[in-house]
Write a protein that binds this ligand. Structure first.
Ligand SMILES: *[C@@H]1O[C@H](CO)[C@@H](O)[C@H](O)[C@H]1NC(C)=O
Ligand SMILES: *[C@@H]1O[C@H](CO)[C@@H](O)[C@H](O)[C@H]1NC(C)=O
Ligand SMILES: *[C@@H]1O[C@H](CO)[C@@H](O)[C@H](O)[C@H]1NC(C)=O
Ligand SMILES: *[C@@H]1O[C@H](CO)[C@@H](O)[C@H](O)[C@H]1NC(C)=O
Length: 454
């Protein structure tokens, strides 16, 4: 502002001691206490242009000779310096203080305002992509995406899906991120736009507050994730006491911070969690407009990525992780009978140890069923499991062969010299009932008896 006042002072204090050739003082010199300016480096962007000036009382410089045509070097400082010269070349001109395009002029044309370099600058902002593209091509069909109705009125459509602020020079009664972005960098923009291209919710800022980053719309957004209920409840109320429920190890848990009980939040959703990604992180960061791309797909976790919905046959567990939906087996009578009509009281008859028994759940009395026939039973495979899971759709291949168990595998039927026992296990006939099952022995015994009688 001080500089502008100084310029205005220079413009109005038009010196009376102007000789025919020399330009007026222009305060584009490098200040020098109580003397002529040190140099005129502020009077042009090229050394050729600067070379047209000579130093005068600090901080001024002036055009050495307004009767010399500056050609392509013409700039705003030259226009103002020579504007009151009595015999300027055509390139200058009496009273023509401002540079518009490549000519000096008395006044900037409509939609232009003079900047600190005496150059007429357009007041409109830069293109920002908040417009609605016109299907027929050309300029955007509306600026509806640029803000509230009042703010939309500050914009005009531009090419493709772009709009721009019509007048960045004026003080705006309303402000948003698109306005900051469109007007920032315009040399005649109102001071309100000079701070930066991002919007912190109330003013344009050069950078977002700590723990915030700009989204695609230049709005500063918190990097913090949303509250998710994986924290440990604080009995006294207030914040959760820790986030130990949020991940399988302390490295993952440390990516969270406590929030209202029993919640925790991911501390920085912009960071790529790599192999630490889990269901709680997907849930906390999905939907955050500045979240890392790994979170964009959804709030659930499947295999190693976030997903919107679990694959067919899977459902989300309490940790937001997609788990295979268990496929139960058929009822098999290895449970301990419960009350009539109720379920079996336990499945202790379904396996030789507790590990195997735990693979079953009571169903109708005295039945139990394998909880999940899709799981590989490994060495726990037994006759009851074969019987429960054989024939079940999607059952593990271990169950494919049949409903009986022989040695280590399910089989459709026991071999000729075997019979299934009450646990559906194929047992050798000789072991089970040596006499009854040996016709040959019976025949020999009968013959002996007949021999004795005779
Ligand atoms: C397209 O937008 C530009 C920039 O806003 C404007 O100057 C031009 O007049 C527009 N063209 C039409 C055909 O409206
Ligand atoms: C925005 O920035 C201004 C200026 O630094 C500050 O006074 C204001 O509190 C900030 N607003 C927010 C919401 O951060
Ligand atoms: C924590 O768990 C993740 C996911 O299983 C793993 O990638 C990571 O190496 C583990 N970190 C530590 C320190 O154990
Ligand atoms: C349970 O029995 C199975 C089959 O014999 C065996 O492989 C497994 O190791 C046993 N588990 C335990 C915990 O004893």
């Amino acid at each position: 502002m001080n500089k502008l006042l100084a310029i205005l002072a220079v413009i109005s204090n038009i010196s009376s001691s102007v000789n025919a050739g020399m330009g007026l003082y222009s305060n584009c010199g490098t200040p020098n206490q109580n003397s002529n300016s040190l140099d005129c480096k502020g009077c042009g962007t090229t050394s050729a242009a600067i070379g047209f000036f000579v130093v005068s009382p600090s901080p001024n410089c002036k055009v050495r000779d307004c009767t010399v045509d500056p050609g392509d070097n013409l700039n705003g400082w030259m226009c103002v310096s020579c504007s009151q010269s009595v015999t300027p070349v055509t390139a200058y001109g009496i009273g023509k203080k401002f540079l518009q395009g490549n000519a000096c002029t008395n006044a900037c044309s409509n939609g232009y305002v003079v900047d600190y370099n005496y150059i007429c600058q357009p007041v409109q902002g830069a293109d920002v992509p908040c417009g609605t593209a016109n299907q027929a091509g050309g300029n955007a069909s509306s600026c509806n995406g640029c803000g509230t109705t009042r703010i939309q009125n500050y914009f005009q459509p531009s090419a493709a899906n772009n709009c721009k602020v019509i007048n960045c020079f004026n003080y705006p009664s309303y402000l948003n991120s698109w306005m900051c972005k469109s007007c920032y960098g315009n040399p005649v923009a109102h001071q309100i736009y000079q701070q930066g291209q991002f919007f912190n919710g109330s003013v344009c800022v050069a950078s977002c507050p700590i723990d915030q980053v700009p989204d695609q719309n230049n709005v500063c957004q918190p990097i913090l994730g949303a509250d998710v209920g994986c924290g440990t409840t604080n009995q006294a109320g207030g914040q959760a006491t820790d986030c130990q429920g949020c991940g399988a190890n302390s490295t993952i848990q440390a990516l969270f911070k406590v929030s209202a009980t029993p919640s925790c939040d991911v501390i920085d959703c912009t960071a790529n969690p790599g192999a630490n990604l889990n269901g709680w992180m997907c849930k906390s960061c999905n939907g955050n407009p500045v979240a890392n791309a790994v979170y964009s797909a959804g709030k659930l976790f499947s295999v190693n990525t976030c997903v919107a919905t679990c694959p067919v046959g899977y459902s989300a567990d309490i940790n937001n992780i997609c788990q295979l939906i268990p496929v139960p087996g058929a009822d098999v009578a290895c449970g301990t009978a419960g009350t009539t009509g109720g379920k079996a009281t336990d499945c202790k008859g379904c396996g030789t140890n507790a590990t195997i028994q735990a693979l079953f759940t009571p169903s109708a009395t005295p039945n139990c069923e394998v909880i999940d026939c899709t799981a590989n039973p490994g060495a726990n495979l037994n006759g009851w499991m074969c019987k429960s899971c054989n024939g079940v759709t999607k059952a593990h291949t271990a169950y494919a062969a049949g409903k009986f168990f022989s040695v280590t595998a399910c089989v459709a039927s026991c071999s000729n010299d075997q019979s299934a026992d009450s646990n559906n296990i194929c047992q050798a006939n000789s072991i089970r009932s040596p006499y009854a099952s040996s016709n040959l022995l019976t025949l020999a015994f009968t013959m002996l008896l007949l021999f004795l009688i005779n």
